[in-house]
Design a protein around this ligand. Structure first.
Ligand SMILES: [Zn+2]
Length: 95
């Protein structure tokens, strides 16, 4: 028997850094606020969101390939200092 579609409980999003898909809760939502990329920890900030694994490796990749310019449809460069701080905090908090 085929043709059965698997229904996923979790919506999937693509990481703008490594371009891999993950369950939405595993990714950090990033929004653009006044030219800065800010982490949307509660998922409540308005505007276009980009999704990123909360790792500096993915953040570096996203910055290098200007993924945020594409995600936010702006020329950039966008300030990721605050986002990087947040990502590093999350990295340190996880074993
Ligand atoms: Zn990633």
């Amino acid at each position: 028997m085929s043709g059965r579609t698997r229904v996923r409980a979790c919506p999937q999003r693509t990481c703008v850094g490594c371009r891999k898909r993950s369950d939405k809760p595993d990714l950090l939502r990033v929004v653009l606020s006044g030219g800065r990329c800010v982490p949307d920890l509660r998922g409540t900030l308005p505007g276009r969101g980009a999704y990123l694994h909360p790792t500096s490796a993915c953040l570096d990749q996203a910055v290098r390939r200007r993924a945020f310019n594409r995600a936010f449809r702006g020329p950039g460069p966008f300030d990721v200092a605050e986002l990087r701080q947040q990502v590093e905090q999350i990295e340190q908090a996880e074993p």
